[in-house]
Design a protein around this ligand. Structure first.
Ligand code: NAD
Length: 337
């Protein structure tokens, strides 16, 4: 399996950011973050001689990207450094796609975007994804020290977001034995590490790396499709949406992907994959219902329509009535069925 990204992993590796940026020929990079991580963004920009740009937002809206691209062109920027979760990485990728600049990604959540050639962008209330080699960051620095400020609740949902990448890689039509190995160990590592809180940061980041890598190597299916619809059209928070939907999407595919289910269950130390994921979410106090994360009930019909209109390949064919039931169960926070 190709892993064309250069990866630097370990405590304190953030101190190598300047050297890694220079290795890519950057002399005046833009340093991207969200407003919530503006201070860390300013510090990093100072340390590497870059320009702080703490204006990334979730789901990569195209208008935000266009403003950032104008900033890049007006300021002689020659490289992209993204610091933060998937929102920062997403803006970095969107700029790279439009400018062909290199990227150094420094993730601070478990979203996994840094290891993929996937970009999801939102425009006119719809999130569309595309894959392109130009989207994949050239270099990634994983430093567990950066997780010290990660709020516990977000660590849990972000970790479940990572597990979702591995779950879908295990039943992807284009999977392979190495992807399978990495996916199963990614789930195992995260399921073991997340309940430990801070003591589990190192192992969780290792798991997130594996999960991001398999997302970047295999196709996405129903689970990711549903989350893209719910995030892009209803602006639901990304990681929380993944956490709620994952047990339900897993249950939907259970009978069609028994081999994947056995591996997921084994990685979780559970008897059943979907129930094991549900129990893990509960033990982490992650949200269990779409209702509690802002989904309007009258949007469920529309969500089902969009999900089946342009489906991703999936082990079990998409049946609208069953998808609508899945969304209803997820909305109310029922156990997966
Ligand atoms: P996020 O990047 O929006 O982060 C959520 C919040 O937590 C932000 O305010 C962020 O600044 C803050 N945060 C992140 N790490 C922190 C830390 N260590 N300390 C303190 N605060 C921290 O959320 P996310 O779930 O990481 O990413 C979601 C976005 O990533 C979505 O837009 C999603 O589509 C995209 N994504 C893309 C891919 C891909 O392969 N294309 C994969 C996963 C996620």
């Amino acid at each position: 399996m190709p892993v064309p990204t250069r990866v630097v992993f370990g405590h304190g590796r953030i101190t190598q950011a300047r050297a890694e940026a220079e290795r890519l020929g950057m002399t005046r990079p833009i340093v991207i973050a969200t407003a919530q991580q503006a201070d860390a963004c300013e510090d990093l920009a100072r340390a590497i001689g870059g320009l702080a740009y703490p204006h990334a937002v979730m789901h990569t809206p195209v208008d935000v990207t266009e403003t950032a691209v104008a900033f890049v062109r007006d300021n002689g920027v020659d490289g992209i450094v993204s610091l933060g979760g998937g929102s920062s990485t997403g803006l970095g990728k969107a700029i790279a796609l439009r400018t062909d600049l290199d990227q150094l990604a420094i993730p601070t959540s478990y979203a996994g975007s840094e290891m993929t050639d996937i970009l999801g962008e939102t425009e006119g209330g719809l999130k569309t994804t595309r894959r392109d080699p130009a989207i994949r960051p050239e270099t990634v620095i994983y430093d567990p020290d950066l997780l010290a400020t990660l709020p516990d609740a977000f660590a849990a949902t972000s970790g479940l977001n990572a597990i979702a990448h591995a779950v879908e890689a295990l039943y992807a039509a284009d999977g392979n034995p190495i992807v399978t190995l990495m996916a199963e160990d990614g789930i195992r590592a995260l399921a073991a590490a997340l309940p430990k809180g801070r003591a589990g940061h190192d192992e969780a980041l290792y798991g997130a790396w594996l999960c991001g890598a398999v997302l970047g190597s295999a196709a996405m299916a129903l689970h990711h499709k549903l989350c893209h619809v719910l995030g892009g059209t209803f602006n639901l928070p990304h990681a929380e949406t993944h956490a709620v939907v994952l047990p339900h999407a897993t249950a939907y595919n259970a009978a069609a992907a028994p081999g994947a289910m056995a591996r997921i269950a084994r990685a979780l130390g559970a008897d059943d994959a979907a129930m094991g994921l549900h129990v893990l979410s509960k033990s982490l106090s992650a949200p269990l219902s779409l209702k509690e994360i802002g989904m309007p009930e009258d949007g469920l019909e529309r969500a089902a329509d969009i999900a089946v209109a342009s489906p991703y390949p999936n082990p079990r064919p998409l049946e609208r009535a069953a998808i609508r039931r899945l969304l209803d169960d997820a909305f109310h926070g029922r156990p997966p069925a």
